[in-house]
Design a protein around this ligand. Structure first.
Ligand SMILES: NC(=O)c1ccc[n+]([C@@H]2O[C@H](COP(=O)([O-])OP(=O)(O)OC[C@H]3O[C@@H](n4cnc5c(N)ncnc54)[C@H](OP(=O)(O)O)[C@@H]3O)[C@@H](O)[C@H]2O)c1
Length: 366
């Protein structure tokens, strides 16, 4: 996926401990907490469901029953299509929900209708947004109070970021003091449909030489999908109200050179790395983020991979070790691509090996 596409598609408020709401752990009555997941069966949703089920809550999933319909037979399922408008939510209004987790929508109209429909019957609304809401990726350390994108006058001109930003506002307005909004950066791990991080892992494992993403001195951020799921569960349980950047893979910054070294050690390989200059890559018309997946050089949007996770840190939220994410990515790749993949050929992710070899030879000759 291109970085611009991520921004178009995909991106310190106060930590309030409200006394007015009572959610998972706070359901101190004997009633089992009722959690409704809007979505739940593709990538982020399953991680959220898995994390919440560990809390013992009773889970209901609402979706069309098309994506992975056999996942989670142990939970309740209500079938419905959110594209049917406000009527779609009628079956959900028959019950009181301790928590609703709205995982998937990229269209704020759906969030508008869901929040309207569920406002009265829901105590706590959780929404998965994105760092894409931020307006200026030249800024380093974008935090939860940083400016978000302006909404174009015509809704027809809205794109992913605008929809997410407006959806956030709807959630805040309709669930004041009883909402949690997550802003993840690139999400990686088990069930990830993107091949970007995998490009590096699969190539490291299978090649003797690898062309690195520039000099290796650019930062890299992503978050493990299981961390996203666990953050939702903990936010519910510990009443983390407000908006949270959920970026990782760890609190300390991570450079590409270090990440690839960690990956090499994890894989037990000795792949020889080449670290070309940006000038060389530009001359060769190599595109960041696309040809060299996930690489967002400082010279472009310097803040994109340097989003602040100070607020996350202040909660003492433990992120999974990078090695665990690597292991999950590879395990998912083995399951989803049993025949492997040829990068740069049948898909737009990364460089084909032949082209990469040519570039390595050219770089060696400089
Ligand atoms: N990937 C990243 O790097 C990244 C980064 C930042 C933020 N995010 C955000 O993370 C979230 C990822 O979501 P996900 O797709 O993984 O969520 P998910 O909840 O795992 O899967 C999408 C769910 O939506 C349901 N659905 C689709 N169309 C529907 C409809 N018309 N009516 C009712 N349900 C419908 C699907 O089931 P059916 O098809 O059966 O209906 C499925 O259960 C998004 O909000 C995205 O913006 C992603």
């Amino acid at each position: 996926m291109k970085r611009r596409t991520f921004l178009q598609k995909a991106g310190i408020g106060s930590l309030v401990l409200p006394t007015t709401i009572s959610t998972l752990g706070a359901c101190q009555s004997s009633r089992t907490p009722q959690v409704l997941i809007l979505g739940g069966t593709y990538f982020v949703g399953p991680a959220v469901v898995q994390a919440i089920q560990e809390t013992g809550a009773e889970i209901t999933l609402f979706n069309r029953g098309k994506t992975n319909p056999n996942l989670f037979p142990q939970h309740h399922h209500i079938i419905g299509d959110r594209l049917d408008g406000i009527a779609a939510y009628a079956p959900l209004q028959e019950k009181e929900w301790d928590v609703v987790v709205d995982v998937w929508p990229e269209d704020s109209t759906l969030v508008d209708q869901a929040t309207q429909s569920l406002q009265q019957s829901t105590k706590h609304y959780v929404f998965i947004s994105s760092i894409a809401v931020y307006s200026n990726f030249q800024e380093v350390g974008l935090h939860e109070e940083s400016a978000v994108v302006a909404l174009p006058d015509s809704k027809g001109d809205w794109y992913y970021s605008a929809h997410k930003a407006f959806a956030e506002q709807l959630v805040r307005d309709r669930f004041p003091g009883r909402h949690t909004i997550l802003r993840p950066g690139p999400i990686k791990g088990w069930r990830d449909p993107e091949l970007d991080l995998l490009y590096w892992l699969v190539k490291l494992r299978g090649q003797a030489e690898l062309l690195g993403p520039g000099t290796g001195n650019d930062p890299l951020q992503f978050v493990d999908v299981k961390d996203v799921g666990r953050f939702v569960a903990e936010a519910i349980d510990r009443k983390w109200i407000g908006t949270y950047n959920t970026t990782g893979p760890r609190i300390e910054p991570l450079l590409w050179s270090e990440f690839l070294q960690i990956a090499k050690q994890h894989l037990g390989v000795e792949t020889k790395m080449y670290w070309p200059s940006e000038d060389f890559l530009r001359e060769q018309q190599i595109r960041s983020f696309t040809d060299l997946p996930l690489w967002a050089p400082l010279s472009e949007d310097r803040g994109f991979m340097q989003i602040s996770n100070d607020k996350l840190h202040s909660l003492s939220f433990e992120l999974r070790p990078v090695q665990n994410t690597i292991a999950d990515c590879l395990a998912w790749f083995a399951e989803s691509h049993p025949d492997g993949i040829k990068f740069g050929a049948s898909n737009s992710t990364g460089l084909a090996s032949e082209k990469e070899q040519t570039l390595i030879q050219l770089w060696k000759a400089t």
